[in-house]
Design a protein around this ligand. Structure first.
Ligand code: SF4
Ligand code: SF4
Length: 162
């Protein structure tokens, strides 16, 4: 699994959620993965501290902060990203607004944002309760799962039951 492992894992979890074989898929992902794969699976499946959106899963390469295109500190409008005495990136939870911008910028996938979608899959499949989904624009644009009209499909599918 390459540098984009986090997105890839998320896609695999969504697909397996719809197929109904997520536990088997998670086992496969972990077997194929590396030392951070377990953490990726955790946050890509929506687990982790419910009060946090962004998580640091591994150390940063020493030269990363020099690259303006992936400068997580500069991307944070809330001053929530600081460095400790060793120069490691730390998120000050009290300042963090959970916007996810730093995780977007971090192409090393040292910072990842928790995905809230996977826990909804069973609800969407069951259709026993109304599900209202708010999906932001980059998610719709960036995900291979959401063809044009998918949002309307979710709404229509759930409406049709009530
Ligand atoms: S999630 Fe947003 S507010 Fe929190 S550290 Fe990242 S950029 Fe800053
Ligand atoms: S968190 Fe990501 S963007 Fe920020 S310094 Fe580390 S590797 Fe670079």
């Amino acid at each position: 699994m390459g540098g984009s492992g986090y997105d890839e894992i998320f896609k695999r979890l969504v697909k397996s959620g719809y197929r109904g074989d997520m536990p088997e898929e998670i086992k496969k992902i972990k077997k194929e993965g590396n030392e951070v794969t377990g953490e990726y699976v955790r946050y890509a499946s929506g687990a982790g501290d419910p009060n946090r959106v962004v998580f640091k899963v591994r150390d940063c390469p020493p030269d990363c902060g020099d690259d303006k295109r992936k400068n997580c500190e500069a991307s944070c409008l809330f001053g929530a990203i600081v460095r400790d005495m060793e120069g490691n990136v730390v998120i000050k939870q009290n300042n963090c607004a959970g916007c996810g911008e730093c995780a977007e910028v971090c192409r090393e996938y040292s910072l990842v944002d928790k995905k809230e979608f996977v826990p909804l899959i069973e609800l969407l499949k069951d259709r026993t309760v109304p599900v209202f989904v708010i999906i932001n624009h980059w998610f719709l644009q960036g995900s291979m799962f959401f063809k044009p009209g998918f949002r309307q499909e979710i709404i229509a599918n759930n409406r049709s039951k009530y």
